[in-house]
Design a protein around this ligand. Structure first.
Ligand SMILES: [Zn+2]
Length: 217
């Protein structure tokens, strides 16, 4: 969909390293690390209040902190957060994480599903508002520097550009679906549950996942 000829030298849209911007590269791109820190900070607060709100038993302050730690990690470089963001970007959460929270907060299956869906919505909202926006801003800056005009990009119709940006995200996601994550199975070794993921679409939940739309013009 994107006019490839115009973007031959773009490389990674965020840092312009001359590589194919794969999904894995995108998740670790150095130019987006500051944005990930901003996302993490806000997400941390949101997860904490979600845990407090959802718990069916009284939790101490330190219990809430340790549950949040177990779920999303302490820093953006933690394997826990790396794994979480990789799956959450696809609207999925590790089955082991989901069961861990359900057990820790004494949630029914329905409330547990709502918890998972809400967690993912928070993440996707922040991802779209912070990470994807930062990436698109950087790409637009690059287009300006390379004098790629709006006219060049959409010679036929206006909507095409937005469509292209959305398509591009889809392509990255589809093209780089991670396989079974062996690392994660060790994290909850006390659990006999395999590392499975829950797909939001499979859950009968009142909360609808937000469609990922690009803000690029
Ligand atoms: Zn990059």
């Amino acid at each position: 969909m994107r006019k490839l000829k115009l973007y031959e030298d773009l490389g990674c849209a965020s840092c312009n390293v001359q590589i194919n911007e794969s999904w894995n590269y995108f998740l670790d791109c150095p130019a987006l690390q500051e944005s990930w820190k901003v996302l993490f900070h806000t997400f941390w607060q949101e997860v904490q209040s979600l845990i407090l709100k959802s718990a069916k038993k009284d939790l101490s302050r330190s219990q809430v902190v340790s549950l949040t730690l177990a779920l999303i990690g302490k820093l953006i470089d933690d394997l826990t957060f790396r794994t979480l963001k990789q799956w959450a970007c696809e609207g999925k959460i590790l089955f082991a994480h989901s069961k861990f929270i359900q057990k820790s907060l004494l949630l029914s299956d329905t409330v547990s599903n709502t918890f998972d869906a809400t967690l993912l919505l928070h993440f996707i909202h922040l991802f779209k508002a912070i990470i994807w926006k930062s990436r698109c801003d950087k790409q637009i800056k690059w287009e300006v520097e390379h004098q790629i005009s709006h006219k060049q990009k959409c010679s036929q119709d206006q909507d095409k550009v937005n469509e292209e940006a959305v398509m591009h995200l889809d392509v990255i996601i589809e093209g780089q679906r991670p396989g079974n994550n062996d690392q994660d199975e060790n994290e909850f070794s006390g659990n006999s549950i395999d590392s499975q993921t829950q797909v939001l679409d499979d859950i009968d939940s009142p909360v609808r996942p937000l469609p990922i739309r690009s803000d690029s013009r």
